[in-house]
Design a protein around this ligand. Sequence first.
Ligand code: ADP
Length: 679
Amino acid sequence: MVSLPIVQYEEKIIETVERNPVVVVIGETGSGKSTQLSQMLHRRGYGKIAITQPRRVAAVSVARRVAHELGVQLGEEVGYAIRFEDRTSHSTRIKYLTDGVLLRESLANPELNEYSVIILDEAHERSLNTDILMGLMRRLVNIRSSDLKVLITSATLDGEKVSKFFADCPVLNVPGKLYPVEVLYSRERPSSYLESSLKTALDIHIREPEGDILIFMTGQDDIEKLVSKLEDKVRALEEGSCMDAIILPLHGSLPPELQVRVFSPPPPNCRRIIVATNIAETSLTVDGVVYVIDSGYVKQRQYNPSSGMYSLDVVQISKVQANQRAGRAGRTRPGKCYRLYPSRIYNDEFLDVTVPEIQRSSLAGSVLYLKSLDLPDIDILKFDFLDPPSSESLQDALKQLFLIDAIDENGAITSIGQKMAELPLEPSLAKTLMEANNYGCLYEALTVAAMLSAETTLLPGQRKTEKKRKHTISNLPDGSGLGDHIQLLQIYECWDQTDFDIGWCKDNGLQVRGMLFVRDVRKQLSQIMQKISKGPLDVRANGKREEFRQDYRNLRKALCMGYANQLAERKMHHNGYRTLGFQAQVVQVHPSSVLSLDDLGKFPDYVVYHELIATPRPYMRNVCAVEMRWVIPIINKLKSLDVYKLSSGGVHHVEEEPEKKLPDFPKKDVEVASTADDR
Ligand code: ADP
């Protein structure tokens, strides 16, 4: 194995770690931070080591690699833990885990005593969870000053800023061996990135000497399209006119066995063309790349706290990202980076650094988590963030938590909030499960939660499978028209009835891997519910389901309570809806929804939605019909909300005037019906 740059610095690193509780290590991507640091510390006799990764695929891939390098079985001495998948054992000494999983572990054990070293890797990605962990580590190193070492590693992070955050801790720079990269700009932005990438890649393949090509695209769809076009074009090239080419996709939803293909070198006289998302920017290092094609874009989820809406936008990358991408071409020898945008755009329009996730996410889950930590000495009001979120998004989180009873009117966590924090789900789904347990429909709600957690891996996009799926769906029992959640439930139940037959998934256009994942997630959620419900658990949750009413009323009511912040009311004269949040908005039902029109040709008066997405018109995705009598108490609760009081026990001082705007009320005057009959 070629010696990685970091290896030469082993003595220096160990010496610095021995003398300091916190050390920042900055090193070029591919210098060996993720794979080597843990092994160095392990060799020197440190106890159990945790290394966090912001991405699931990186945690799995790096753990595999390290197990391989040490010649041990994955899951034994070296293992990984990602949400819903734990491949560790009592003998694990080096544990790769997502930052979210480490946060969760700290709920059960706030001092994380199990570990003697915690490495927060890829801190430059500035994921929400890594940012929160940085705040927690700052506190933890004081409490465990004698027996905990913390390392923060990054490819590009501003070392001084982090060092200041950790009481001026030392910063080690590992100089990388990066060869010069020639940057070539387009004269103007192309009208189609896909076509322009295709053309550039073929030009390189035909004209340039050997060396792999790495193309950055924004998402799985574009990657699949480009891979197929490249395959066609390369096949059509005259035999012997140039070397062979292998085209490889690389993105987060690729099955692990296909992901690892990018780590094997190409056969002789063959060039690899890797078409990737920004996962290849810093998370996974692909060796052998000499040419990079950079579209200048990335797909990013952004949350707007005033509308409660997520949008999945294709946005311009930052200068730091553009330079990272270019750097991928200079790892083995001098390379070239083809930027499909003019230098003027790079200079004038690109932000210097990427906006941290904490400033573009919904914080409800994080705030609930912080409030649930059993840390007597932590003042949540003054929680340390490397870059604080806006007070608007903190207020938004507090309102959401109040509406679902996770915090009380003074901002203090409730006992149900405490339980919700233990579920590895967003607070609204966690609340749905708690309510479902009360209403005797936990069995069904667990399935819905598991299906929603894996939704993206369930439905492969190809037309052929879509047809099969449509056929299955048209044969579902009555009630699926009540909404997408019900349909997800029914699909799973049909599969359950076949005794989880793999062939059934294939016949019905559902991804086997995704469905098996759902079954596994469901089981885990059910075990966690068992653990946290001190009272009686809906007994059917683990057994066979009973016959239940066709209108799924209890389940829909549980969803309504869980997604209290995500309700919408049909507008009087057409099929548009208006959200019932603080800022009412006009939205539409997403065309993919199965929600049916009623006998009068109308959509239901009230619905709950899983998310609002702007594409670019605001759409509700995953929608389910609910009843007005469940909605009214929620609206009354909204009315009683005093943001200022909530914030006083919240995580942040809110300086602005409290927001006064309240939602409009349903126009019809209806008594709040008793809920007893729904149980
Ligand atoms: P850094 O964390 O500094 O970016 P890594 O430790 O991730 O660097 O990578 C060091 C080297 O190990 C790279 O050459 C990379 O290609 C290789 N590597 C990492 N993961 C794997 C894997 N799963 N299989 C094969 N090689 C890998």
